[in-house]
Design a protein around this ligand. Sequence first.
Ligand code: ADP
Length: 440
Amino acid sequence: MKRRARYRRREALRLLLVYGAALLVGFAAGHPWAAVALASIGLLARHYVRLGRVLSDVGSRRTLVSPRRAGAWDALERLLVRRQKELRTRRRRLVELLRTYQRAASALPDAILILDRTDRIVWFNRAAARMFGLNAAQHTGARLQDAISSRHLANWLEAPVREPLVEIPSPCEQGHTLSLQPISYNEDQWLLVARDVSILMHLQQVRRDFVANVSHELRTPLTVIHGYLDMIEPEEHPELAGIIDEMRKQSHRMTHLVEDLLTLSRLEAQDTIDEEAIAMPPLLETLRREAEALSQGRHAISVTDLAGVDLKGSTKELHSAFSNLIGNAVRYTPAGGRVDVYFEREGTGAVFRVADTGHGIPAQHLARITERFYRVSTSRSRDSGGTGLGLSIVKHVLNLHQARLEVKSDIGQGCVFSCHFGGERVLAREAQPQAQARVH
Ligand code: ADP
């Protein structure tokens, strides 16, 4: 404030001096008003010149120099110099920050590409250059599918709905697998993160092979043990009857376990399935008979077919998945309970549903029950002859059919397991009348 008052005083003094001098000279020359007019024009001209200088300073990129004098225009120029310095410092800091982020992103082991909405490459890091064989001069601005020649990548990019995580063979390194993840971060651009998951895939393969080999190797000794156990007549050794019975039970459990492990290994190794027309009425009838055989009259069982359509896929695998669900419903529902099976339409697709009135599953377990060997109650599972692999098998089979498993349950409320099939899995049924089977 003090400074501003000083400038004002100085400017007022300057005006006084200029006009005083003009009046003095004017009176001396006999034309005071002409002298005042001339002084005014001079002052105005001076202001214009300074204004022009300030405007050109504001518009130019050159470094401004602080004026030494102390007039109002000099004060304004000094202010401009200060603003320019502050702006330049801020810009330098921002550029430095940006470079730091870029260096950090460049050093990441995962490939990172910034793409615009039309899939043109805006920026990519070193790992992306290596993984996809890109170079900045040639590929910046190019469409991703043109810059990287990979049919799998192109299919993924051009799909109507992009999968949130996809694995593709590496376009540059044979035998390597890349996992791609798109991350949307603003309306105009998105990030593509790619990771080499070859080691993980290799380890998964090793695990799968190991489980499959061990299960396979266990088959023969188990068959032998079974055979010998079957040859022993408990009546001939009444003192060993209990032991023989338990040994038979355990060897059966082990056989089931080995069979389920082999089924899972086979399903995991598969990425396609038979695409046959599955006649649902006979399949539902078989499932009903199996359920009744397992229940032995202890439950009320109903199978209701309201869909009037068939499914497309593997009869063998879907039979195994559906009978696993029905088997669980029977095994986990106490005698006197109900097991209701429905097959019905759902939009353009269809749903296969198994509802029971059994023990139910506490809500906190629902997210994990399709994991291998995950059991809500280990003792109940063992007592009911479960292997802990049934729902894993169901999930794998449904995945192979692009179908989804939904579980609704709570303690003491029974369970509802629903398999949702999309419209592409539904086939018109040849025989027109809707089959309906109900057994109580
Ligand atoms: P298991 O062979 O032990 O039955 P599953 O994978 O088929 O293994 O099922 C996993 C667990 O989910 C079971 O141990 C059981 O605790 C629970 N579960 C599955 N189905 C039902 C059901 N219908 N009612 C209650 N619990 C169930």
